[in-house]
Ligand binder design. Structure first.
Ligand code: ATP
Length: 259
């Protein structure tokens, strides 16, 4: 990966979701979701607002109580490095915290009040996302797109084997989108597995190696050009499959296509 930030990636894992159910309160969020993410894939998950995309990620991260199986199959004996880029971070915009302090809070193991760990090369990661000149800026004073780039930078420290992205392009400007695209190319070259929740279907069509349509259930799963046909997209975004427990759910045929 260009802008090496320490550590040698070992190659990404496969991710298996097998009949995953997630119910919050009385609302069924995920219903028998089965998906396989191949090692080294850039696997996008698309679907309407509230369709359960972030919940799927939370299930993978162990942050949501679910039933069914979620498994990571790492190459080799030990798990590799997982990076997560959230949709947004909650923080006090007035905090006197520089970009570098922010990275230190997220990336280093020693207490952040001791200052940035000099053994960690924050500069290379910031350079990779075009933010090297702003490392001493107050994080809260950055634009939304700049903050998003910093969130991407933290995912590079240390070099990840699995990257989980929750709508990373939302606030990015054109330059930010180009940088993101380059990062995806680097991840692919390194064999890093990328699970990418995204609402921009044009970008998914261009950049993902596989796409799953999720609206409580998996409605399709396959190569983007074939999966993102107008009919399928219309079906995905017009379906209203939300239900509460106890009601009969709508049965939908999952469409799958091999790569
Ligand atoms: N803690 C919670 N308790 C109850 N319902 C919740 C909770 N968290 C999320 N939900 C509901 O779960 C559903 C799925 O939310 P989720 O954030 O996973 O969807 P999403 O596809 O990521 O949506 P978006 O694209 O808008 O981010 C939504 O209807 C949301 O209101």
């Amino acid at each position: 990966m260009s802008g090496n930030t320490g550590g040698t990636p070992k190659g990404g894992p496969a991710i298996l979701f097998d009949r995953v159910d997630l119910t919050l309160g009385r609302t069924v969020i995920l219903d028998q979701v089965s998906l396989r993410v191949e090692p080294g894939a850039v696997h996008a998950v698309v679907g309407p607002n509230g369709g359960g995309k972030s919940s799927l990620i939370r299930a993978l991260l162990g942050q949501a109580p679910h039933r069914g199986m979620v498994r990571l199959d790492w190459p080799g004996e030990a798990p590799g490095v997982t990076a997560y880029v959230p949709q947004a971070v909650e923080f006090d915009r007035g905090l006197p915290m520089t970009v570098e302090d922010f990275l230190a809070v997220l990336c280093q193991r020693r207490p952040a009040f001791l200052g940035p760990d000099r053994r960690i090369d924050y500069g290379a990661a910031l350079e990779r996302v075009g933010m090297a000149g702003k490392r001493r800026r107050r994080f809260g004073a950055l634009s939304g797109g700049e903050r998003q780039r910093v969130l991407l930078a933290q995912a590079l420290i240390p070099a990840p084997d699995l990257v989980i992205l929750d709508e990373p392009m939302t606030a990015l400007d054109e330059t930010g989108c180009t940088i993101f695209e380059e990062l995806l190319a680097d991840f692919r070259a390194a064999g890093t597995t990328v699970l990418w929740v995204e609402h921009d279907l044009a970008q998914v069509r261009r950049l993902a190696t596989r796409v799953s349509g999720l609206n409580r259930r998996v409605l399709f799963d396959g190569p983007p050009p074939a999966m993102l046909s107008p009919d399928r997209v219309l079906d995905l975004f017009s379906a209203v499959p939300r239900r509460t427990t106890g009601n009969a759910g709508d049965a939908r045929v999952v469409e799958r296509a091999a790569l």
